[in-house]
Design a protein around this ligand. Structure first.
Ligand code: SF4
Ligand code: ZN
Length: 120
């Protein structure tokens, strides 16, 4: 699985998102010294390509495919699928009740008046 957390992929020590190198073991974390180009590293024995979207859709033309141990173009398939999944709209009763408080109050009064008139 690819390195996506805020710990060094080599030594596991804590790193900041803008670190170019790991402050502990000096592993390069960004390519070409550019903070926007993250170097992703394979973990364990599994190459990055196995979980990469560009490998899955056959759009990668990198020479190191399919056995890349590090890559700047890596796209985590799982993360991508999560990001693309349709979000269920959250329905919040409290904000709904606040928004329609006046019609709710009037409706309740009408209902109460109707019940009282039916009972008398
Ligand atoms: S972009 Fe990198 S990790 Fe993805 S398939 Fe190509 S070489 Fe492998
Ligand atoms: Zn390190």
């Amino acid at each position: 699985m690819a390195h996506l957390s805020s710990s060094c992929p080599k030594c596991g020590k804590s790193i900041r998102p803008q670190d170019l190198h790991c402050p502990s073991c000096l592993t390069p974390l960004k390519a070409h010294g550019h903070p926007g180009i993250t170097i992703h590293y394979a973990q364990d024995n599994e190459p990055l390509c196995l979980t990469c979207e560009l490998h899955a859709d056959n759009s990668c033309s990198q020479a190191k495919r399919p056995n890349a141990r590090d890559c700047t173009l890596y796209l985590d398939r799982e993360q991508l699928a999560e990001a693309m999944a349709p979000q269920r709209p959250s329905f919040r009763w409290r904000s709904w009740a606040r928004r329609y408080s006046t019609p709710l109050l009037l409706g309740s009064l009408v209902l109460l008046a109707l019940v009282v008139s039916l009972l008398s």
